[in-house]
Design a protein around this ligand. Structure first.
Ligand code: SAM
Ligand code: SF4
Length: 472
């Protein structure tokens, strides 16, 4: 693919491998320092890479327990007990890159290649709406077919599908890095977050897993992607690392460096961080000496929660239901549910087994949306379909302004309750409906401000009477 991989004039490589390795190798568990960091975290301040390295050095069960408690408390005080739900929708798996871990890689001639037609896309979105979804992330391989204009078109198509009370209110994107112009084109289509994962921040490992040719072999083109996104008008970006390619501690420090870089340069950190672990994929026989254990995974999520308190943390259905159950309380704010990764999978595959030759990797949690909601309710979380901030313009710097003084709780918890009520009215099973309204009643009683409580209660009765899309 011919593409001008021109970096922005002020592109910098903000990952200093030597510095990060030194921090990992020379930081030993120091309970006094670590407790000071916990204290700092409890006042909702972001951590430096050096402080993050102190947390990565924790090994003793006692300090680990304190880390988990701090993460749990911080999550509650910043995000309340809501979990935002979304569905990934794979648009096409043609790809010119040869990422060694991916079921879409170009060298896999046996993989089934497909791009949804307009009609198929409409059918997939309609199916997701019928299940109750309001937020999507569209996923694309990297290919000349998937131009910014094409991506913008697919976004618009999703917004136009309306089935019954269903509608998609926020479309996020996970696609290849673009030029500034490309990012601008996609932004104008009205997307929420643009996600690009660096995969690994470690240059040597990056080279090994992303062989040339293929645009993705250029480390700096990818590292600079979010800078170009900001230059192209985005203020809501998602970063991530694919855990298991290199030392998990290096990747955590890389993510923190990346967040600081964006915060320092654009006044806004990433809106979300994703931390997928490498999963089995079609035709994959990888030797992965850096695979991340469940315990390390839990620790890294808790550390990220402390390091970047105002950044949403996304745990995907790559993880099993058991792992999601064990880790969710340590800082996760968003999960996908009812996930199918086969292209066209929502229409065609419900209830069937996975077909690895049609999907990017194996899904760990294949529960339906209603089952995931019921699970969240039994754990005391409020499942939320809220898209309010993005729709009323509370993004980027504005989002940070709202977030930092703790206003999020005032908007987010009521919005979570309202969008959950919509789900319970329109889509849920009887058991979920019962559990959902019990939780809503309980949450209502926690709202201290009487006026606010009455206002939320009146919006809830409007929803019961058929009104939709009420938001704060
Ligand atoms: N093609 C675009 C790209 O690579 O940025 C976007 C879509 S790619 C399908 C989305 C993400 O899936 C990648 O960034 C990578 O982190 C993740 N991924 C790829 N293979 C995976 C695997 N075997 N297990 C888990 N995640 C994987
Ligand atoms: Fe293509 Fe993305 Fe898969 Fe790499 S990770 S092969 S770029 S779809």
């Amino acid at each position: 693919m011919k593409m001008n991989l021109e970096l922005t004039k002020d592109a910098v490589d903000f990952i200093n491998d030597e510095k990060l390795h030194n921090l990992i190798n020379n930081t030993k568990e120091n309970p006094v320092k670590i407790r000071d960091i916990f204290q700092k975290s409890r006042s909702k301040q972001a951590l430096s890479v050096e402080e993050t390295a102190e947390l990565l050095a924790i090994k003793s069960p006692e300090m680990l327990e304190e880390l988990y408690q701090t993460a749990r408390d911080l999550k509650k005080s910043i995000y309340g007990n809501r979990i935002v739900l979304f569905a990934p929708l794979y648009i096409g798996n043609y790809c010119i890159n040869n990422c060694q871990y991916c079921g879409f890689r170009s060298s896999l001639s046996r993989a089934v290649r497909r791009t949804l037609t307009d009609q198929e896309l409409v059918a997939e979105v309609a199916q997701l709406e019928k299940e109750g979804h309001k937020r999507l992330i569209l996923v694309y391989g990297e290919h000349p077919k998937y131009t910014p204009e094409y991506i913008a078109q697919t976004v618009k198509t999703c917004y136009n599908v309306k089935v019954g009370n269903g509608e998609i209110r926020r479309v996020n994107i996970n696609a290849a890095p673009m030029t500034i112009e490309g990012f601008r084109t996609v932004k104008e289509a009205g997307i929420g977050t643009f996600q690009v994962f660096q995969e690994t921040y470690h240059k040597e490992t990056y080279k090994k897993f992303h062989p040339a040719p293929g645009v993705k072999s250029d480390y700096m083109w990818r590292l600079n992607a979010m800078d170009r996104a900001f230059e192209g008008g985005h203020d809501d970006v998602g970063i991530g690392a694919l855990f298991g390619l290199y030392d998990w501690r290096f990747e955590v420090l890389g993510l923190v460096e990346h967040s600081h870089h964006l915060q320092d340069r654009y006044g806004v950190g990433p809106h979300t961080i994703s931390f997928p672990r490498v999963k089995p994929a079609y035709g994959l026989d990888l030797h992965l000496p850096y695979q991340v254990t469940d315990d390390q995974f839990k620790q890294l999520v808790a550390i990220l929660r402390l390091a970047v308190p105002y950044t949403g943390l996304i745990m995907t259905a790559r993880e099993s239901a058991e792992v999601r159950d064990a880790v969710i309380e340590f800082g996760v704010s968003q999960i996908d549910a009812g996930t199918r990764l086969e292209i066209g999978g929502y229409q065609e595959e419900r209830g069937k087994n996975q077909e690895l030759d049609r999907e990017q990797f194996e899904v760990g949690d294949r529960r339906e949306l209603d089952q995931v909601i019921e699970w969240l309710l039994t754990k005391g979380f409020i499942p939320s379909f809220c898209t309010s901030c993005y729709r009323v313009g509370r993004t980027g710097e504005h989002f940070m302004e709202y977030a930092i003084p703790g206003f999020i709780g005032r908007f987010c918890t009521p919005n979570a309750m309202l969008t959950l009520a919509e789900y319970l009215e329109d889509y849920s099973s009887a058991e979920t409906k019962k559990a959902g309204y019990e939780l809503i009643e309980r949450e209502l009683s926690y709202i201290k401000d009487e006026k606010k409580r009455e206002d939320v209660a009146s919006k809830l009765s409007l929803i019961k009477n058929g009104k939709r899309d009420l938001l704060y």
